[in-house]
Design a protein. Structure first.
Length: 95
């Protein structure tokens, strides 16, 4: 995705922490916190596909239906939403 002033939000330079990606996620502890369990329960009960669709809608409304200019923090936040909805879509594929 490109913006009018250069590379888009998908590029590595717009990522908040380019070295903190999900590749290390497989090295997690086998125990989870109650907050993590609550999030997983929410995803399970609400439906990962529905949550992914909602996040994508918010992303698209902010990006394509708004006249507000985006600086780096806002671009990064939109990219974070994209990562979340894509992760939720992958969870939904496994169901």
């Amino acid at each position: 995705m490109r913006t009018s002033n250069g590379p888009g939000v998908d590029s590595i330079e717009h990522s908040v922490n380019p070295t903190n990606d999900a590749r290390h996620a497989s090295n997690f502890s086998s125990t989870i916190t109650s907050a993590e369990a609550d999030i997983l329960y929410l995803i399970d009960t609400q439906g990962s596909r529905e949550l992914a669709r909602s996040l994508r809608m918010i992303h698209d409304m902010a990006l394509y239906h708004s006249d507000i200019p985006f600086d780096e923090p806002q671009k990064s936040a939109l990219y974070d939403l994209k990562l979340l909805w894509e992760g939720l879509e992958k969870i939904g594929e496994k169901v």
